[in-house]
Design a binder for this molecule. Structure first.
Ligand SMILES: Cc1cc2nc3c(=O)[nH]c(=O)nc-3n(C[C@H](O)[C@H](O)[C@H](O)COP(=O)(O)OP(=O)(O)OC[C@H]3O[C@@H](n4cnc5c(N)ncnc54)[C@H](O)[C@@H]3O)c2cc1C
Length: 325
């Protein structure tokens, strides 16, 4: 699958702080966007240390003549995309893509279970609004560290027909995914957005509850991984070279800058175009993509260098790819 984005320009009209760490941005694209599928996101061009990069942000709510709303969580241990967004002031010009959605939603189900972890509420809110407008039967489980971290809580509480269950960690409200899935009515569709670790738990609990994965549609904001983001080393089996991948760079960028070309497309761990062969691991791989299956990740034979990282030393073979190209 190729990810072909159509870019346009937009003006930042206003910002609004929703919580201490989540800021909403109202953007007016030069060419108005009349509608988009609920749960859609746009890509935004950001500047990270002088390098142009893109970051994806989900659209808040439904299409609005005022413009497109996104909400960005300030990520403390990050490369800088969210920091770039947070320093923007009204009037700033941005490059954005037209909305696209990764959610596959069957709108004919008798019941919907929406699950959001933290900032994962952004696509879930718009989906909930559409379900509320259609008078559908749905429940929203919203897991946050604390109530004051819960962006859009009032909107969810006031939404007609919505049953909101807030799971605030500091109030002992842990989200028990196994219990949620066990009690779901048959034919329910589950829509999930949250961090990678929570998605893994959700997929396992979903299967353990005997539900078909086709009834679970999800999006993860990716790349936070299971291991801490720390430097690691990569050896090229075919070229004999070795590189240190610093915490703030991807393996893909380091290899490409050193002239060992690895082709890529989405750069978000979704398409698998950049996948390269792993021939040795002295340490552990932190697969941060959503392209490989659990089984493939356990096998550790390939890695998506755009997002995945490691602890220790990784030996990869790019010769294999060059011959195949
Ligand atoms: C479809 C989609 C929708 C999204 N919607 C939203 C949204 O609505 N709101 C929102 O706030 N975010 C959203 N995101 C996430 C967003 O695109 C950015 O990833 C986020 O703003 C963090 O960007 P950053 O550059 O600040 O952090 P990044 O550097 O991308 O860091 C993100 C996390 O990755 C880890 N990390 C740090 N350095 C590296 C590295 N070198 N390599 C790999 N991982 C690293 C860290 O643990 C960090 O917590 C969405 C992502 C996707 C794919």
């Amino acid at each position: 699958m190729r990810f072909v984005d159509t870019w346009t320009s937009a003006t930042l009209l206003a910002t609004r702080d929703l919580t201490a760490d989540v800021r909403e941005f109202l953007l007016r694209p030069d060419a108005p966007v009349a509608s988009f599928a609920p749960g859609s996101h746009i890509n935004v061009g950001v500047d990270i240390g002088g390098r142009p990069e893109t970051r994806s942000y989900s659209l808040i709510g439904e299409a609005d003549p005022q413009g497109l709303r996104i909400a960005v969580r300030r990520a403390p241990d990050s490369r800088g995309g969210s920091r770039y967004m947070w320093q923007l002031a009204p009037g700033a010009r941005l490059d954005i893509t037209l909305p696209t959605s990764q959610f596959q939603i069957d709108w004919m189900r008798p019941h919907y279970c929406l699950i959001a972890g933290g900032i994962g509420i952004t696509p879930i809110l718009g989906i909930a609004q559409v379900l509320a407008r259609r008078h559908a039967d749905f429940v929203v489980h919203y897991a946050v560290r604390s109530r004051r971290d819960a962006a859009y809580l009032r909107e969810l509480q006031e939404m007609p027909g919505s049953r909101l269950v807030l799971h605030a960690g500091d109030e002992g409200g842990r989200l028990d995914l196994a219990a949620v899935f066990r009690e779901l009515p048959p034919q329910a569709m589950t829509l999930f957005c949250g961090p990678m670790r929570m998605l893994d738990a959700a997929r396992h609990a979903f299967l353990a509850a005997g539900r078909p994965l086709a009834d679970l549609s999800y999006e993860t904001f990716g790349s936070s991984g299971l291991l801490p983001t720390e430097p690691f080393r990569v050896r090229l089996a075919d070229a004999g070279a070795e590189f240190v991948i610093p915490s703030d760079r991807s393996m893909l960028d380091v290899l490409n800058e050193a002239g060992h070309e690895v082709i890529s497309d989405c750069r978000r761990g979704e398409c698998g175009v950049c996948a390269i062969d792993v021939v040795g691991i002295d340490g552990e791989i932190d697969h941060r993509d959503v392209f490989f299956s659990d089984h493939q990740k356990r096998e550790n034979r390939k890695i998506c260098p755009c997002v995945s990282r490691a602890r220790g030393v990784l030996t990869v073979d790019t010769l294999h790819r060059t011959q195949a190209a």
